[in-house]
Design a protein around this ligand. Structure first.
Ligand SMILES: Cc1cc2nc3c(=O)[nH]c(=O)nc-3n(C[C@H](O)[C@H](O)[C@H](O)COP(=O)(O)O)c2cc1C
Length: 282
């Protein structure tokens, strides 16, 4: 045991022991139908469990239908989506790995092209394929970049609905058998767009100073933690830096991490950037 590299040693988070520290990152597959996971996903994720990983993350999973990145993205906004997730969670668990889910909302980057059709805003070719647009939402009516749709600025009551939808999706994730939940706060999607001063120009309680811009991230986390059992871990994925001197910084991430820890987050899953343009896959 003493000669075993740390990567291959078990690790305990709350009441859960991972067989090793290899975590398969969430990876969108863009092949779901109306948010339902199917055979593709069980093959994609199942092989990581049979291959020996400690944790296997299902891709970014939308808490609202209009929060999908693309028409092919996964969802848990409806009970009918639970069985598809349950099949995966059960297979992953039976093969010794911990099933994990990433709960997200794509915000102003929702309703974009699947990567193999361009990874940009939907265009006439996508409409002809049946991938019709919807109006994305964000903290402010500022598009991701030139040529992208202008998002609808979320009202405070719409934010309250959104937070409830995160909690409802977390309940469904638990019912499906996932043992780790992660709040997707990275890559320019909704929560990140509230954090970053580049995209959040609000002057109400959800904008302005750091505390205001963090409010949505913290309230979503509190809502998910409230339904996620005490003996199961909660992760938060962050874009730790925007890569723009006017944007979100590493110092901001340190403040956020402390606030999240106080609200029961066990792991900060650090990624970066994505606030301006389709730089990331998911
Ligand atoms: C096809 C693909 C899909 C991805 N989908 C997601 C996703 O759903 N959620 C997410 O947070 N990151 C997503 N990412 C980013 C990865 O999780 C990961 O962070 C990235 O590939 C860098 O790998 P590393 O973190 O091991 O350096 C995706 C990456 C790829 C290549």
């Amino acid at each position: 045991m003493t000669n075993t590299p740390t990567l291959f040693r078990p690790m305990t988070l709350r009441g859960l022991t991972l067989r090793n520290r290899i975590v398969i990152s969430p990876m969108c597959q863009y092949t779901a139908h109306e948010g339902h996971l199917e055979d593709w996903h069980i093959v994609h994720l199942g092989r990581f469990a049979t291959g020996g990983a400690g944790v296997v993350f299902t891709e970014a999973t939308a808490v609202q239908k209009s929060g999908r990145i693309t028409h092919g993205c996964a969802g848990l906004w409806d009970d009918s989506q639970i069985p598809g997730h349950a099949r995966i969670a059960q297979f992953v668990r039976r093969n010794g790995a911990v099933p994990a889910v990433q709960l997200g909302h794509a915000g102003r980057k929702s309703g974009m092209q699947r990567p193999w059709f361009g990874n940009g805003p939907l265009n006439d070719d996508d409409f002809a394929r049946g991938d019709m647009p919807w109006t994305p939402v964000g903290p402010s009516a500022i598009p991701v970049a030139e040529g992208w749709p202008v998002p609808h600025e979320l009202s405070v009551s719409e934010i309250a609905d959104l937070i409830e939808d995160y909690a409802a999706a977390a309940r469904r994730a638990l019912a499906a058998g996932y043992q780790i939940a992660e709040v997707h706060g990275a890559h320019g999607y909704l929560i990140h767009s509230f954090l970053s001063p580049l995209s959040n120009k609000r002057d109400d309680a959800y904008g302005g100073d750091l505390a205001g811009r963090m409010r949505l991230a913290l309230e979503v986390t509190e809502a998910v933690r409230a339904v996620w059992p005490d003996d199961l871990p909660l992760f938060f994925r962050t874009s730790a830096v925007d890569g723009d001197p006017e944007g979100w910084t590493l110092d901001d991430t340190v403040v956020l991490a402390r606030e999240l820890k106080a609200r029961g987050v066990d792991v900060m899953d650090c990624s970066s950037s994505g606030i301006a343009g389709a730089a990331t896959a998911g």
